[in-house]
Design a protein around this ligand. Structure first.
Ligand code: C2E
Ligand code: MG
Ligand code: MG
Length: 282
């Protein structure tokens, strides 16, 4: 089983390693070296698991389990991001379907989508056929618009998102306010959820400016009828901060790190209906 604590991040990836990875990426796709871990997204009011974010890792034969920051930017530069995105979606949809078939609580699965995936021809029908293949209903899926590069063709992305929304697929803006994502996205894109990134969440307790921004974003999102997820919640103080501001959901190591499918299933099966996350027990 892939270890949770042994993942290699880009800071540990030397630049000669990165060059080698570029050559390896193609092969990795062929030989199916990508694995998904799932991280619970918890309802702040009830403690229930509402969704799982699918996070890709590369089980590299020589370098070990690589975190996405080692290879997603590379995949974006080499245009492999779209086929890799399809691999991730196919696997995540099948996993979500198999949780349901196993009688586990019917939660949503969230999948990260790079802008390039929405700029390809017919992105909506690609997603629709992956959903049909997995026999998963579109309402079980939330796509997170994740950016390490700006959306180049806003109109094409907006069109694809509206088509998918009509199918019943929902969207989240990932790491809102910290990357390229602008307020304009909220007007142009059919968004259901805003995710506050780890960088902001980490500082809300000590930094008054970060606290003001986080509170304002929660209010803004609610005024727009959107749900908010605070990502990277690790401590009881951060948990209380977001609970006190009526944030809807949290995701973070405090309530469950990303984990392999078999562990996630166990968590979902054992999760008592209204259990608060263990790290936040008084
Ligand atoms: P993200 O989508 O914002 O995912 C959340 C990241 O925060 C994950 O890192 C997760 O492991 C990390 N995280 C979760 N809880 C905590 C916490 O309590 N503290 C801290 N410090 N971090 C926490 P991960 O798995 O390394 O993913 C990094 C990024 O890679 C993702 O950020 C996403 O932008 C990208 N990514 C992951 N999977 C995919 C994918 O399938 N496709 C694309 N395009 N991008 C992906
Ligand atoms: Mg994400
Ligand atoms: Mg995020």
């Amino acid at each position: 089983m892939a270890g949770i604590g042994t993942i290699v991040h880009s800071t540990a990836c030397r630049s000669d390693t990165r060059t080698a990875l570029e050559t390896d990426l193609d092969r990795a796709m062929e030989s199916d070296e990508f694995v998904l871990h799932y991280q619970p997204i918890i309802d702040l009011r009830t403690g229930e698991i509402r969704a799982a974010e699918a996070l890709v890792r590369w089980q590299h034969p020589r370098l070990g389990l690589l975190a996405p920051d080692c290879f997603i930017p590379l995949a974006e530069q080499t245009r492999l991001i779209a086929p890799l995105g399809d691999v991730v979606m196919r696997r995540a949809f099948h996993a979500a379907r198999s949780w349901r078939r196993a009688g586990l609580p019917p939660i949503a699965v969230t999948v990260n989508v790079a802008p390039q995936q929405l700029e390809r021809p017919q992105p909506a029908s690609r997603v629709a056929s992956l959903l049909a293949e997995a026999k998963l209903e579109p309402s079980a899926v939330l796509l997170e618009l994740t950016e390490s590069a700006a959306v180049r063709d806003l109109d094409a992305a907006a069109r694809a998102m509206h088509e998918l929304r009509e199918l019943g697929v929902r969207f989240a803006i990932d790491d809102f306010g910290t990357g390229y994502a602008s307020l304009d996205y909220l007007r142009r894109f059919p968004v259901a959820v805003l995710k506050l990134g780890c960088g902001l969440v980490r500082t809300v307790v000590e930094d008054a400016g970060a606290a003001t921004i986080a509170s304002a974003v929660v209010t803004l999102a609610h005024d727009l009828g959107l749900d908010v997820v605070a990502e990277g919640v690790e401590t009881a103080e951060q948990f209380e901060f977001f609970r006190d501001r009526a944030c809807d959901m949290i995701q973070g190591r405090g309530s469950g790190a990303p984990m392999p499918d078999e562990l996630f299933r166990r968590l979902l099966a054992g999760a008592p209906a209204r259990a608060p996350a263990p790290a936040f027990d008084a």
